[in-house]
Design a protein around this ligand. Structure first.
Ligand code: B12
Ligand code: SF4
Length: 457
């Protein structure tokens, strides 16, 4: 049986401890595709993850076992690393690219034309890669860009993802993911001794159309797994890697379908609860948020993106009321994170000050503010709008921790500005009152909040 080696070039990097962490995760999409290859193609899978930028080390790990094809699925900031790995195997075995950099929109063609890839899988890989491998085995594969071809008649089920296997998980990596600190520990009422983080994918794709996001370009419709299928997997994961698992539900948009959220939460409550983070937008309501709390969801990480509603709307974000969403989470005792972006094209120190003021005057507080620099990820609407000279660096810097656009400030000034926004937000009097109030209403969150404040000091 031929073997395909999945080479994960993601790096476990913690940039700093002030809440601005970029933490290496298990790549859940690639692990799902790897499981599909095992199930649907007559190929076996080896999954290599070295957590290093040392190409030689990665290459030796690939060479340490069978290898009849190499799959690479870098984010933009690890593309050059993936390219160097590809160069080493080019001409020896088929090189296949896919995922969030190579597989998005017109990037597939660009990446193929660069010449390191024999094949680029555009969009979702769970059907496309096994089909490609079958073609490679049969000698009928044509070099180029490959897109999903639905199997007989397409899938009519409301939960088409239930037809897929669960993502492969690797014991050796699970140990590494324990090292990453959880900024907000789950409340002890939920779990006494959290030991590991684990990512679970309940859906992929998105019906939203945000200009800065690749999710809907990758797959323009939200596809879900059934709540039963997801909670079955959680139970199996608890058994295999537990006790002490804390889940990140990595759905691109957690609350895309209200009925699904309600059913998932009911099942998580009944068979759990399962301590979990999720990524919803502002379209929450009281009943939903209370169901989330009972299910074990203790943190909602929401993309606030910009302080002003009109700016969010102009960038295509689904309408929603952030004041209501953050307020409902406070009321129910769910911790909140706000993702925020600065460093947009042409932004100056005056603009940053105005954004800071606007953020401070919002009528709600998040428990954590995470500020990133806006990045026009290749293949997105934002990136396609750029004029030559609008950006100043190469893909290696597309981590969201560096300023990519031409602006009125240098990187040092940006780093300082970001640090100030974050620390002023967390130490503001308003914020102290917010924490005190949340702890008074939800004493179970006291340790989580105090632990977070300790960590960011
Ligand atoms: C959940 C999420 C997270 C979570 C969990 C991440 C994880 N690795 O599990 C958290 C919040 C921790 C996170 C962190 C970060 N993230 Co993030 N994240 C997402 C999000 C919202 C969903 C990803 C997901 O799991 N989807 C569900 C899975 C099942 O679907 P999928 O990944 O799309 O997989 C399908 C296809 O992509 C394809 N595919 C995937 N892999 C492969 C491999 C092969 C070989 C093939 C053929 C196909 C293929 O087939 C799959 C099945 O159809 C996306 C944005 C979005 N809205 O989609 C950003 C996104 C992936 N993140 C992004 C970034 C930049 C980051 C950070 C660097 C941010 C930071 N500075 O900290 C970190 C890095 C994390 C890490 N890898 O170490 C970017 C990447 C952009 C890019 N071009 O590089 C995205 C696209 C957001 C964006 N801005 O557009 N993230
Ligand atoms: S709602 Fe979220 S996942 Fe969907 S397009 Fe917008 S940012 Fe991406």
């Amino acid at each position: 049986m031929p073997t395909i080696v999945f080479v994960d070039t993601d790096l476990s990097v913690v940039t700093d401890r002030s809440g601005q962490t970029r933490i290496g995760r298990e790549e859940i999409g690639a692990q799902l595709v790897a499981a599909c290859v095992e199930q649907f193609a007559g190929w076996s899978v080896r999954y290599v993850r070295q957590d290093t930028a040392q190409v030689e080390q990665i290459i030796s790990a690939v060479k340490a076992g069978d290898c009849d094809a190499v799959a690479l699925f870098p984010y933009s900031y690890t593309k050059s690393l993936a390219d160097r790995v590809a160069e080493n195997f080019k001409g020896k075995v088929p090189i296949i690219y896919g995922g969030y950099h190579a597989g998005v929109g017109r990037m597939a063609k660009v990446v193929f034309e660069e010449g390191r890839a024999d094949f680029v899988v555009k969009g979702r890989g769970e059907r496309a890669l096994p089909q490609l491998l079958d073609d490679i085995s049969a000698g009928s594969a044509k070099r180029g860009v490959v897109q999903v071809r639905e199997l007989s008649g397409g899938c009519q089920s409301p939960y088409p993802l239930d037809d897929l296997p669960w993502p492969l998980r690797f014991e050796e990596f699970m140990a590494r993911f324990t090292k990453n600190e959880i900024l907000f520990a789950p409340p002890e009422t939920l779990i006494k001794n959290p030991t590991k983080r684990i990512t679970i994918a309940g859906s992929f794709g998105c019906d939203g159309r945000c200009d800065y996001c690749s999710s809907w370009i990758m797959s323009p419709k939200t596809l879900h797994r059934s709540p039963t299928n997801i909670v079955d997997e959680m139970c199996a994961l608890d058994k295999r890697f537990g006790p002490g698992l804390v889940y990140i539900i990595a759905n691109p948009l957690f609350n895309a379908d209200r009925g699904w959220v309600m059913e998932l939460c009911q099942q998580m409550e009944k068979r759990g609860p399962f301590p979990a983070f999720c990524l919803p937008d502002f379209n929450l309501d009281r009943e939903m948020v209370q169901a989330m709390k009972r299910a074990g969801i203790f943190m909602a990480m929401m993309g606030l993106e910009f302080a002003r509603t009109d700016v969010r709307t102009e960038r295509g974000k689904r309408p929603g009321n952030p004041e209501l969403a953050y307020g409902l989470c406070d009321e129910a005792g769910i911790l909140t994170r706000a993702y925020f972006m600065i460093g947009g094209l042409g932004m100056t120190a005056t603009d940053v000050e105005a954004e800071k003021q606007a953020l401070e005057s919002l009528p709600f507080r998040a428990d954590q503010l995470r500020v990133s620099f806006e990045v026009p990820f290749p293949g997105t609407v934002t990136a396609n709008r750029l004029n030559p000279g609008d950006t100043i660096t190469g893909y290696d810097d597309y981590t969201t921790d560096k300023v990519i656009y031409k602006t009125g400030m240098d990187q040092k000034q940006w780093d300082r500005a970001r640090q100030e926004i974050v620390s002023e937000y967390h130490s503001a009097d308003k914020q102290k009152r917010h924490y005190a109030d949340k702890i008074r209403r939800h004493p179970e969150l006291e340790k989580s909040i105090l632990g977070f404040l300790d960590r960011i000091e």
